[in-house]
Design a protein around this ligand. Structure first.
Ligand code: DX5
Ligand code: ZN
Length: 215
């Protein structure tokens, strides 16, 4: 199953409703929401008032990517969005096992995100508890950056680890995803592709979503 999660970060914030209508009527599987705090990453995106408005009108499952320090503080607020997936960064969680348990207790699926420099092998003792691993294929904080090629090696290593542990975790990729690398990523074992600027800058974003799913 090849899944696509368009990233709202590249939407037109002057007319958010139009872009969410487009997502709702598209073949997109999830809507990816990037929350940045200006501390964990060198940028600030949007916070809960915007997320709540989006959650009200979005019909797709919400994939919330928290690029923030101390994500544990916001588990209840993310749950109130009725989020499907809550992604926290490995680098932001001192007690990752506790954080994952709390996300599950709140009734959400739990994802762990790795920055480009963070080795996949660090997940060896938690992979069986995860619903998803999000591999950053750019340094988080901005849309429109170039894909880091070493991501393919990380996908292969992660896929092998998932099979070895009999884990049901999905593999998701975020950053610089476009038609040129999408097929190779699916072939390497990726389940979900996040794509921001490539989809929203396409002349027909809905057609692009369909094309990326059919690869
Ligand atoms: C980057 C964000 C991404 C971003 C991807 O820090 O986590 O989700 O929206 O954007 P593109 O697809 O333009 O690289
Ligand atoms: Zn993201």
């Amino acid at each position: 199953m090849q899944m696509i999660a368009p990233s709202l970060l590249s939407a037109n914030f002057k007319c958010l409703q139009d872009d969410i209508d487009m997502i709702n009527s598209s073949e997109a599987d999830w809507l990816h929401l990037d929350v940045m705090d200006g501390v964990f990453v060198p940028n600030i995106s949007f916070g809960f008032p915007v997320l709540e408005a989006v959650a009200d009108i979005c019909k797709k499952p919400l994939d919330v990517h928290l690029m923030i320090v101390e994500p544990d503080k916001f588990i209840t607020q993310v749950r109130h969005l009725n989020a499907y997936m809550m992604n926290v960064h490995y680098e932001a969680c001192t007690h990752l096992h506790r954080t994952i348990s709390e996300i599950h207790k709140a009734g959400m699926r739990a994802g762990v995100t790795l920055n480009p420099h963070t080795p996949v092998s660090l997940l060896e003792d938690i992979i069986a508890d995860l619903d998803l691993v999000l591999l950053m294929s750019v340094n988080p904080g901005f849309g429109g950056q170039s894909f880091i090629e070493n991501t393919y090696n990380k996908v292969r290593e992660l896929k092998e680890m998932i099979l070895r542990h009999n884990s049901h975790a999905l593999i998701e990729i975020d950053g610089g995803v476009c038609l040129d690398n999408a097929q190779k990523l699916y072939q390497a074992g990726v389940d979900v592709l996040v794509s921001g600027s490539f989809i929203f800058k396409a002349p027909d974003p809905k057609a692009m979503i369909r094309q990326m799913k059919q690869l």
